[in-house]
Structures are given as C-alpha cells and as structure tokens.
Design a binder for this molecule. Sequence first.
Ligand code: CTP
Length: 420
Amino acid sequence: MALDSKIQGLYSNRLLELLTQIGQIAEELGLKAYVVGGFVRDLLLGKANFDIDIMVEGDAIPFATKVGQELNAECKLIERFHTAHIFLDNLTLDFSSARKEYYPHPGDLPEVSFSNIRDDLYRRDFTINALALSINSNQKFELIDLFNGELDLKEGIIKVLHSKSFLDDPTRLYRALRFADRFKFVLDSNTEYLFDKAIKLSYPSSLSTKRIAAEIEKCFKEKYPLSLLNRYRATGLLAYYHKSFKGVTRPDFSFSMVRSMTTRLRSKFPNIIESAVYWSLFLSSIPFTESQPLLNNSGLPHSVGLQTVNTLSSWQVILTKLSLANTRLEIYNILKDTCPETLALLYLKNKNKEIENKLNLYVNELYSIKPSITGKDLIEAGIEPGPQIRQILDKIIEKKLENPELNRKEELDLVGISNI
Ligand code: CTP
C-alpha cells in the first residue's frame, strides 16, 4: 500500500518532495532508506508528526552528510552512534543506521551492530511503532509492516514484539501506558501478562533516575498528563522515581490546571517554563530535602531544574507570608522577586480565596507598576551612580503602589529633583 496520498493530505507537498529527494539520494548511494517509528504510526492514524526518523540499511553518516549538502541544511553528525540530525524549516530529520540491539544487562543502553530493516524493526518496542515507509524510488511510500502493526493500530492494541521486550528496556513499561492513554488503546493479553510480570519482578529498578525522569517529562507533554500520571502511580511505576509515589491516591486535579495557568501567566511573563511548573507541582508533595537531590539526578535541562528548585525551596514560605500581608506594599514586596513558575505553583497549591485575591492583585496590577523615570534619568539629573539609584526608584514604586496615577513630574518632585 502506497501512502503518498495520506502524506499529501496531512502535510504540504514540500514534505513529499523532500522525502522523494532523500529517497533519490539513497538510491544514488545504493542504499535502502525508510521513514520509521512514530511518523508512520501517526500517518496511519491521520495525525501529523514533525519528528521524522529516517533509517538506512548501511551507515547513516555519509548518507546524512550527502543529504545535508544537497538540501543545503545544517547537519549534526554523531559518529559514535552512526546517527545524524538535519534541521530544515520546522522539521528535524533524525538519521540512523539499521541495527540489531543486544542488551548486556537489563535497563542498560544496548550494544548495537549494523543490520537490516527486519532486525531494526524487531528491536523496537511495540508493533504499532515497528512500521516503516520505504522512500526509495522503486518502492516509494510503500508501507513495510512485518509485524502486523497496521492491524494492531486499527484494533487499538499495544503489543510487544517479543517476550523479553520489557526486560531489555523497562522504559517500555512507561511507554506502553503512554501510548495506551494517548490513543485510548489497550494492552494485548500477552503484553499485559508480561507487563504485570515486569512489575512483580521489579524490572524498573534497573533504570536510572534520569531515564525515569525522562519518561515523567514526556508524560507532562501529553494532552492529559493527570490521567497518565495516575496510571503510572496505580501500577507502581512512579514509585521507582521516589518511594513516596506509592499506591493509589486521590487524583490531584491541579495537574489538569497547569497548562491553562501557564498560558494565563505567559501573557505577563513570556519566559515561564511549563515543564518547571509541572515538576514543581509533581514534587511539591515531598520534602525539599528529598526533592532537591532527586532533581539533581534527573538530568533536566538546566533552566527547568533551576526554576523547579527555586520554586520548591520558596513556595511554602511565600504562602505563609502572603497570608499575613495586608497592604499593597507588603504584597508587592513578598512577590516582586518571585519567578513566574513559583507564582503558578502558588496559584495551584493555594485553596484560600483571600490569598488568591492577593495573587491576582499582584499579577494583574502591582507587577506592572513601574516608575516613569529611569536610573539613566536620575544620573542625568546629577545623582551619583550606585545603590542610591535603586533606593530612589524603590521609593517611587512604593508611592506609586498607593497612587498608580502619579505622573513623571510628581515622581521627580517626590524625590526632590526639579524637572529633567
Ligand atoms: N523506540 C523503542 N523503544 C524505546 C524507545 C523508542 O523501540 N524505548 C522506537 C520506537 O519504534 C519509536 C521510535 O523508537 O517509535 C522513536 O521513539 P520516540 O521518538 O521516543 O517515540 P515515538 O514513537 O516517536 O513517540 P512520541 O509520539 O511520543 O514521540
């Protein structure tokens, strides 16, 4: 079955041309090339996916290099793994060499050797992800379905390719639930049996904190993170990240609020990092003395880790201070150095209407109050550069919090400077 019309329907002609061009380059080099994995799965489901994995029978390095040259695109080679990335328009094309995998120890990253498409597809997690699309000209856009993945997609089934799959790579336990939850699929009975066995025999204990954190992070990117998190928790998968996430608890509906909260705050704080809000909420139920080392081992991007630590170390103190604050100035002073991720967590954790009003007052009004005059104006007016500039500006803000209508002239009068 050729899938070019499906590609055309979902994407622009440009993608079809691009894949055709890459197929031609493979042909010229005497190689067989395929699009594999999530792109093909999602194509059959009628969903667009802009992460394109291209696999070639042979070495991906010279192939990707040639593709990069011909498309005049940036190409990053990872010689050690015989993989490469090409960045083009809004697409990332990942190139890999068809390979066979061997897991020396469960949970380790595998040892690999060059091989053919069958071995490459067989080493994958589930039949629905073991589909390929040939892009060579003699077989252009033909679906390669060696393990009945298309049927499983139609029937809504997640099925492993062999009985050692979860032992080889226990992250697949998390992935199985992720795909089941995302597509509303079920595990086939043998896969479910292997899943339960894997949990009983504690396969995920061989995974590093970093690899489990990567699965949790992916959960935050799903449409319904709460539903998936609850499944991770109920099956025991979450407890491998931290022992306190054991067993079934009441769902914390704040998780379903993170996205709308982040979007709301983004209009004022464009740099807010949604992932840091998720991590902060996720870890807010365990003591900071435990969440901090856990975060250090989680391999999160620096900015996410930093804002999460900032938030977790401060939100409880801020909440207590806010409950005691009465004046606009007090509220302003408590919140003025707070990062937007912390503001989001305060909203999500708080159950008290009065505190919510104080947060709203800060975000909607106080945060935007700035002096009309600047430090530069003050220096031009003859004030020596130094901490006194900050003190003068703070004094003006203090007055403006009481009277936001204060104009430039009044601000200057206030600090005893005649007009500049
Ligand atoms: N894969 C696998 N086992 C894993 C991780 C990945 O077999 N533990 C294979 C699957 O064939 C998968 C492909 O590598 O389709 C790409 O992996 P990834 O990008 O993580 O997943 P996608 O299937 O693209 O899923 P998503 O839509 O969540 O990105």
